[in-house]
Design a protein around this ligand. Sequence first.
Ligand code: J2J
Length: 552
Amino acid sequence: MDRRLKVVPDWSPEVADHYRQAGYWQGITFGQLLRERAQHQGNQLAVIDVNHRWTYQQLDQLADQLTAGLIELGIEAGDRVVVQLPNQAEFFVICFALFRLGAWPIMALPGHRQAEISYFCEFSQAKAYFIADKGVGFDYRALARKVMAKTTTVNHVIVVGEAEEFLSFNDLLNTGNVAAVHSLPEPDPSSPALLQLSGGTTGAPKLIPRTHDDYIYSLKASVDVCRLTSRSKYLCVLPVAHNFPLSSPGTLGTLYAGGTVILAVDTQPDHCWRWIAQEQVTMTALVPPLVNVWLHARQQLSWDISCLEVLQVGGARLSPEVAKQIQPVLGCKLQQVFGMAEGLVNYTRLDDSDEVIIHTQGKPMSLADEIRIVDDNDEVLPTGTVGHLQTRGPYTIQGYFKAPEHNQKAFTNDGYYRTGDRVRLTEQGYLVVEGRAKDQINRGGEKVAAEEIENYLITHPSVQDAALVAVADDVLGEASCAFIVALEATDDHQSIAPPKKIELKRFLLAQGVANYKIPDRFVFIKQFPKTPVGKVNKKQLRALVENETTPV
Ligand code: J2J
């Protein structure tokens, strides 16, 4: 059977055996990992946030208590649970409790709204939904009410904080029988630990099944390359559920190494630098737009951040001009990270030359990563030529969850993932990201699938057609621009007036679309330029905006 057609596509038995025998897959689960850390370094600080300072022992104990509570609710191995929390310590209690049960957290972002959350719930048939009461001026209970009004599957909303009519996280910690947790069967390490989110290129977001074996290996390989130890202190500035700060090596990698995770609730330098100075943070990770903010703040703020050894930057293109300033201005080493939630992660190495660190996006973190750069016909190109990046390996998925048709396009017959990135390989084996073939906007690290937003726009009564494209932006690197063909007032449509930009924005927000997906610009156009095969010519649309002298 074609493995791409499975609900959870997995590796062939031969390849899986090889990964096990070569020691990439260790056959342990996240639950066991935390237990082991709690036994050997129980008093070491594991997670710090504004309200908590938990040791490994405390985290382990709380995870057990929540597991017991979830058993009482009837959550079982293989169940899906949507988790949407800002950067707060309870996130790890929730994840490890679900890992221990063998239930699969879906890593929603705090910016997701009704459209995304309802989709995750319905598509995955989720049984429960974890939220915080409030975060950054937003009440997640109001969102949960809207989700619950529509869902056919979610039975429980569990709230960290003031629960109102929902279940309280704190109450749940004290309802179950903790002894029962110790006799739970251990989940199969080759089964999914979690579902990550794909940046997406299609109308519906895709879910990425990452197994205990593969994700723990990606942590181990990251920890080795980044040289994390139990003395490492990692400040999480980006949303904790995102794959980069979660696993490259991120928070889970830091816990793998036995270090300490510190959670920032704000990305601004005055908040983050206070943490860095107070907790003697050694490593953190940013997306390129934040690097600019941090560089500019250096002259105004005098926090001593000399303890910071490494600043990782990834998620979107970092310009060499900005890269060059990091060491002199912030006093720490830059590490470029080019990764993806589907798997493959590339790092520049800490002892690489400045030339490599500034001008490349690193090389694969594992010797078992297989990469190839191909032309439009999947033919391998000579080294140095720009082409499509394809990859497979011990921590790159073999297919998305429940997406057989899409998987046949997104993965090759021989199990390579088509990343959609256009890259070049240097003589030294490093990758340089040159562009993108996928129909996606990378808004400073936040990914927007063009088709998803186009699908919403064309349901507006006065929109005939819509095309979303990326345009250059000084702050974000890329911004999104929606080109709109309005419905002409014909005899049949006398009453239809061309829509206003603000109306289209409000329309999208009313559909419950996350804020970061709302187009930054709207341009009205009579008709779309077409390619010779009749598709919308997005290159030409982009050129229309980029050649404009006045802002649109
Ligand atoms: C250019 N484009 C980049 C980079 C990612 C570590 C780091 C990042 C992600 C991530 C991740 C880039 N320069 N340095 O999961 O573990 C673009 C590429 C890529 C897509 C993946 C990790 N780093 N990108 O960003 O799943 O287009 O993961 O395919 O969100 O981001 O996006 P995502």
